[in-house]
Structure formats: C-alpha cells, structure tokens
Design a protein around this ligand. Sequence first.
Ligand code: PLP
Length: 455
Amino acid sequence: MTSAVKPAPAAGLKPNDLEAHFMPYTPQRSFKKKPRMLTGAKGMYYYSDDGRELIDASAGLWCVNAGHNHPKIVEAIRKQAGELDYAPNFAFAHPLAFQAASRLVAEMPGDIDHVFFSNSGSESVDTAVKIAMAYWRMRGKASKTKIIARERAYHGVNICGTTLGGIPANRKVFAGAMMPNVDWICHTHDIASNAYSKGLPENRGIEFANNLEAVIQLHDADNVAAVIVEPVAGSTGVLVPPKGYLERLRQICDKYDVLLIFDEVITGWGRLGKATAAETFNVLPDMITSAKGINSGTVPMGATFCRKNIYDAFMQGGEFGVEFLHGYTYSGHPLACAAAIATQEVYKEEGLFENSVKMAKVWEDALHSLKGAANVIDVRNIGLMGAVEIDPGTTRKPPEEMSRAWEIFDKMYWEHNVVCRFTGNVIAMSPPLIVKEDHIEQIVTKLRKALESTK
Ligand SMILES: Cc1ncc(COP(=O)(O)O)c(C=O)c1O
C-alpha cells in the first residue's frame, strides 16, 4: 500500500452532470447510473470519488507503464508547459521533437532509425499505412497498395484502423466507409490446441503463419504493400503468437517483398521486458507503431518508427518539395516530447524493463494458479500481459444482461478495489512495470474471489 494522501472525492458530481459526455467504448446509460469515477492516482493505485484506494491491474488502458504520477515525468511536463506550450512542426520545429526522436529511435532494434510523431495509436497506424503505400510508389512499384491485417486484431478507431481491425462488430456499422483493398489472415487463438499456455503456445505457429503466404499469392505480391500484426494481440484478449509464428511471417514478407508492420502500441516500452516486442521475439519488422507507454500515458502521443531504407526512399526529388504529405497539428507536441524523454529516463534509471522481466515469472505463476477456479476456461500470459478467459455460459443475454466477464470486472471494481479490463469473455490485465510480488498476489487473490462468487 502507498502512503499517499487520498484526494478528496470529486465535488458535486451528480448523475445529471454526467449527461454531456458522449463516452468512448462504454455502455454509458448503465455507467451513468453507477459511475466508476477515478479522481486521483499514485504509483500502483487509483483513488475513487468515494474515497477508496484501488490497485491498478491494467496500467490504465495498458499505458501507464512507469506507474501513476511519477514525479519526474510530472515535473518535465510542468516545466515544458511553462517554457514552450506549443510550436508547429510543419516547416518550424522545436528542439524537444528532435531530442525525443533521437532518444526513442535509440531504443529501436536493427536499422529502425526514424520516427514520425502523431497523437495516438490509431494515428500511428494510419501513418504506417500511408508510409507503406507511399514507399512503394517512391520505389516505382505503385501497384503495391493492398494491406493485409489479421482477424481478432485491434488497430484503433480511425477509418484505417477500424478497417484493419479484425473485430466484425466494430466494423459493421461503418461498412460503407471501410478502406478498400484490405484482406485478413486468420487469427492465432486456438484453445483446443493451446489452452493454459505459459508464454508462447507450442502448437500451430507455422501453420497459422503460412496463411499469409496463401493470401499474398491470392492477391499477387505485386499488389501487396504490407502486412500489419500486433506481435501479441492485446485488446482482443491477449492472444500470444504460437512458437515460430512471427519468424515465419518475416520469412514470407521477405520472400514476397512485402513490408512487415508490428503494431506495438501495447507490446512496446517494457510490457514484454524490452523496448519492443520485436527485440523480445528477435524479429525485425520494417515499421513499428507505438503510443501509450511511450510516455507512460501522460500526454497523448503516437509514433511510427521505420527502417532506414524506408526513410531514405522518401528523400528524393527537389529539396524544396515536401517529401511526405502527412502530419498532425500536434505531431511532436512539446509536452508529449518532454514527457517521452522523462519517461525513457525513468525506465532506465529505475530499471523498469528489468523489473518487468523479473515480475513476469511471478505474474505467470500467480495467473496460472487460477486454472480450475470457477468460470475459467483458459489462462494465458506473456511478459506483464495476462488474460483469464471466462466461460460465457448459456444463460446470460448481453446487452440486456451483464456478461459473466463484465460482472467479474464490475465486482473487481466495487467489491475488491481492483481496476482491470474486460474484453468479450476475457479479463485482461497489464499492471504498471513497477509492480511487486505483493501487488500481484493481491490482484490474483481478489480475482479468484470475484470468479468464485459469480454464478
Ligand atoms: C495494438 C493497438 N493499436 C492501436 C491502438 C489504438 O490506440 P489509441 O487508442 O491510442 O488510438 C490500440 C489501443 O489499444 C492498440 O492496442
């Protein structure tokens, strides 16, 4: 437990005051009747408007990797806001954008040595797709425009990411607006072959990856720009790639001259123990998309990293021509950059990636102790990501009724003082990298109680 003083409950928040906010990804009518309102945070903990201290088992939305309100990061943001609140990065610049870029690319594997800034994971994905298409055009292969994504993927909510995401429910309402020229390979989740895997599942990795070869052949490699995958699918329930899968994707992309993009919005910045999952898995993609832990979730920031040959391909033609017609008003925002630099220092100075590696085994053992607990049909983990898949049962009827996973999530908040995530039938967790043994024990003990008390 921390010794932090609990902030006062948010004043004057009555249900009527909650009306104006059209909330993201929330069943808002039921939420507004009984809001889960967080009013403060410190380290591993959130504080709620009713004065409770809640352990954060999900690092906010998989992003607060350095723990909440880290004094060094807070101070860097505060200082920057007083010195240079905003400067455009279109045809002007400020030093921190360059400092942040150099600092961040130093963490990248291989010859990934350039970064394009945006404001979110969704934008980092849009940017990667635009870079891929423009790259092939620069290389004189303008027909290579098709993007291949994967079922059960999440790449954010812009039209590009919504299209690429392999979640039918997210796409169906927007079917008329979806990007053309996209196809999907099969997902890698197979409880029948790989239930209760610790780390990488043993089975079917090569077989699943070979689906990419079939899809590329179907469309002809001359038409395919890139394949994008999350090294570990996070938002659809922590789907860990079976052994050999990512390596085989790389081989196939090399064979057909197709760019490989890793969407590392969740898997980056120590979540799997290194700055990138690419390094953890020893597979070098052509681009990496990033956000969240890049500055520990403190200021909106997205980043698209690319290899040297990609950047170089853009640097041609007359020097007064804009090489890449793309950018956001807040690309490389001074506050986001200040926060990113401070966060990277915190990761190093406090050995947080090392702690992530150390705690991963404790996390694995604790989570897998839930095998056999009520309602559990699978447990899976890698690094500091973990999922407990819940038997959905046949009697619940969402959305009129809470699903079992939702009820467990709700109990975790109200009865057990734990902030976690649920996605479909999965309780997904990803604690801040500052997590210690006793936090893990608390989280898992409380989850067991919530599981056992749910019919
Ligand atoms: C893999 C992945 N890509 C993209 C996104 C979208 O990021 P954002 O919500 O910052 O737009 C997410 C968000 O969870 C993600 O997990």
